[in-house]
Design a protein around this ligand. Sequence first.
Ligand SMILES: Nc1nc2c(ncn2[C@@H]2O[C@H](COP(=O)(O)OP(=O)(O)O)[C@@H](O)[C@H]2O)c(=O)[nH]1
Ligand SMILES: [Mg+2]
Length: 212
Amino acid sequence: MAEQRYTDEQLAAGRRLFSAPASFRLGVAKLEQLPPLKGTEVAFAGRSNVGKSSLINALTGVNGLARASNTPGRTRELNFFDVDQRITLVDMPGYGYAKAPKAEVKQWQDVLRGYLRGRVGLTRVFVLIDARHGVKAEDREMFDMLDETAVAYQLILTKADKIKPAELASVTAETLAFVKKRAAALPQLFVTSSDKHQGFEDLRAEIAGLVR
Ligand SMILES: Nc1nc2c(ncn2[C@@H]2O[C@H](COP(=O)(O)OP(=O)(O)O)[C@@H](O)[C@H]2O)c(=O)[nH]1
Ligand SMILES: [Mg+2]
């Protein structure tokens, strides 16, 4: 069995934090509409279809809280969710959706960059990577943006249920080697399956540790 990464107390704090019902606060399409900070803010980024919405649903235990969709590129807003008044989760619009019109892509990149640059109090960005695909060019652009804006970020490999354990081990090692070279990336990652509800105890413990 793998070594326990968090203490029992940390795991319990994670469970306690997420035992409170999470709720949707608002969706924001323009920087001027950003709400005031409430508690510790953490954001989730990743390519379209990587599993952001599914992960937020599984993390909070609220089915349908974040809209999961089979149509990639549909979420065009920063969606804000409250957890226990102490944590704000932000579902960021997916990037790397080739079919989106150029002007729309540019508008979204501006909103993302503006949010990442200007959001004082944004504590952590979790960047989701599909375990089947590993780090792609668009992910590296996101890492560049995060390194530039000096926002601490940490990777989550998603859809772990879709690949064999041996493949998962090698993509985990490759991805870790990759982030170790990045300025603002944390040198540990999470591996999750929203379908099988795996990996969330640790992620909850990590997020609970960020509460001020
Ligand atoms: N097998 C499997 N499918 C997943 C998982 N997470 C998400 N999906 C599927 O991947 C698709 C995209 O998920 P979604 O959460 O909407 O991705 P988003 O665009 O990043 O928000 C949906 O069909 C989900 O059901 C997972 O952990 N395992
Ligand atoms: Mg989504």
